[in-house]
Design a protein around this ligand. Structure first.
Ligand code: ZN
Length: 145
């Protein structure tokens, strides 16, 4: 286990642009505002979802697109550093017109219909993502004991 402690600082309430790429616009906001560590949540609706599922055996992402109008029931994530730049890691649960839910790791290509994001910026030394050999993922602090 590895833990990082912070005191919260600025809370940003951000409305994304209609038609924007959800992943890219949150990332751009973080870069423009030099947000190096944050916890985020978001909700709203998308007109198309682009998600990923991590195949733990093969250690590769399986990408899929849902070309439908969907509610974001819950979006959660964090911003930390990867290669010196703010990096967004987010997952979301989506629901269709019948209320059926599914979700995954947010990928580029998700199109915003209307989305509200809460960014809890954190003040302190940000976690840095490094390759974790066991999982094949870039995780905070890389390999653990
Ligand atoms: Zn993920």
């Amino acid at each position: 286990m590895k833990a990082y402690r912070f005191d919260p600082t600025t809370v940003h309430l951000v409305r994304l642009s209609h038609g924007a790429d959800l992943y890219d616009q949150i990332t751009a906001y973080a870069v423009e505002n030099n947000i190096r560590a944050a916890a985020i949540s978001f909700l709203g609706a998308v007109s198309k979802a682009s998600l990923r599922y991590y195949d733990q055996d093969e250690q590769v992402y399986r990408d899929f697109v849902i070309d439908d109008h969907l509610e974001i029931v819950s979006g959660v994530g964090n911003i930390t550093l990867l290669d010196g730049s703010p990096f967004l890691h987010a997952h979301m649960t989506l629901a269709d017109a019948a209320g059926a839910a599914f979700g995954g790791h947010v990928n580029q290509g998700t199109v915003v219909f209307a989305t509200e994001v809460t960014i809890h910026e954190l003040d302190g030394a940000p976690p840095v993502r490094e390759l974790d050999e066991r999982t094949g993922l870039t995780l905070w602090g890389g390999d653990l004991d």
